[in-house]
Structures are given as C-alpha cells and as structure tokens.
Design a protein around this ligand. Structure first.
Ligand SMILES: *Cc1c(COP(=O)(O)O)cnc(C)c1O
Length: 222
C-alpha cells in the first residue's frame, strides 16, 4: 500500500465532516509531498524544530498542527505559521502563545489537552483545571489566542472498553464546557483518535483525528 492508497482507505471509513490530521513526525518531506499530491493539506508534527524545517520547504497552503508537548521557550519558532496547537496543558503556556502570536499580529488557535488516560506519563490538564482556566478573568485578557476545543489521548491498551470510556469522558466534558463560551473560547473541536482507534473515537464524538502510521507506515526513531 502506498501513501495515497492509505489516505483513500482512511477517507472511505471517515465521515466528511471529520478533520483528518496526517501525522508526519519523523517522516521525510518526500513522504509528506506524496500525501500533499493526494490532496492532504493538514499535517501534524510533535517537534517544533522539525515542523519549522518542513514548513520552510513545503507549499504554503499547508496547515501545520503541533500535536506534541510544547515547551514555552520554543513557541517563538512556530508562532508565525502554526495553525493549531493541540497540546496546551497549562495557563502559562497559553500566556506565552498569546505573547508570541501578538508579535506576529495573529490569533493562534489552541486545544486544551485533557488527561483522560490511566497512565501518569500522559500530559494534560484535569477537567477541573481546564474549567478553571476557561472561566478565569486572566484568560479573557488573552486576545491573541483562541481556544477552539480539547484534545485527549486514550490509555495505550488493547481494551476497547477502557478506550471507549475515556473518549466518552472527554466528549461529556467538552459538552459541559459549552456554557463557558466566550470571546476567546469557541468550543468546536474534539481532537481524539489515532491509527489504532480513530473509528472508535469518531463513534464517541471526535471531530478531528490524528493519524500517522496508518498513512505513512511505521515510524523508525533511529
Ligand atoms: C504520533 C502521534 C499520533 C499518531 O499516532 P499513530 O498511532 O501513528 O497514528 C497522534 N497523536 C499524537 C499526539 C501523536 O504524538
């Protein structure tokens, strides 16, 4: 199977209103261009430097999504072009994104990463922390960011019931946030689902899936 066939297969399983982020981390630009020529315009990366390098050399109608953990001191390297940051998990980071976005006279869209998995290792805010941020006065002052929804990663397990439970929790939380809608919080997007669980995620209410290995093949980290 080549990249174009993989993309077509995924699209055949996914309703049209679902946004597909092609997760291209570690993959060479030639692979990304193959997806681009097959019509893909949204790519997700988890390292800011790698994303910035690919952005420089690739066509400018691509939307770049940062899906990895973000270090505050590196926000400046993507602030001019990133279109959505999925992994925002604290208020200080929102402040830094706001500051860098302002320098470029932009509004940067963000998702709050919510911890839904059992493992301690997964990043993310608790439901309580996220709601506290969204209803705070300080948040409303951040004019150069827009929180457009939430992102979550399920526990790495074969147990479908566990995964389903976590996705459902995130969807329920997302629905409960609608009452906090404000000038810079527009709840539209639930980013959940990867290669192994995107069909399940969509059935649980996902609006945006992040698919890597099912498009580009297994990653080689060496
Ligand atoms: C790598 C990654 C993905 C894609 O994973 P696949 O299993 O290859 O589809 C999705 N989301 C995040 C946050 C990732 O880091």
């Amino acid at each position: 199977m080549n990249i174009q066939e993989n993309l077509n297969y995924i699209k055949s399983r996914v309703p049209k209103h679902i946004t597909l982020v092609a997760v291209s981390k570690t993959k060479p630009v030639t692979d990304l261009m193959e997806a681009y020529h097959a019509g893909q315009r949204i790519f997700g990366e988890n390292k800011i430097q790698e994303m910035a390098e690919k952005y420089e050399i690739m066509p400018k109608d691509i939307e770049w999504h940062m899906i990895g953990h973000v270090q505050s001191n590196k926000v400046k390297y993507m602030a001019s072009f990133v279109s959505l940051i999925h992994g925002v998990d604290n208020f200080k980071l929102l402040e830094e994104i706001n500051k860098q976005a302002k320098k470029h006279d932009r509004v940067i869209n963000c998702l709050l990463q919510i911890k839904i998995a059992l493992e301690d290792s997964k990043f993310g805010m608790t439901f309580v922390e996220a709601s506290e941020v969204l209803k705070s006065e300080a948040f409303l002052q951040l004019k150069n960011i827009q929180v457009v929804g939430v992102m979550g990663m399920a526990t790495f397990t074969e147990n479908e019931n566990q995964i389903k439970k976590e996705f459902t929790l995130l969807k329920t939380f997302f629905d409960s946030l609608k009452s906090y809608e404000s000038i810079n919080f527009k709840p539209e997007t639930i980013s959940m689902g990867m290669s192994s669980d995107y069909v399940l995620a969509i059935s649980c209410g996902s609006t945006m899936i992040r698919v890597g290995s099912s498009i580009f093949g297994e990653r080689n980290y060496n």
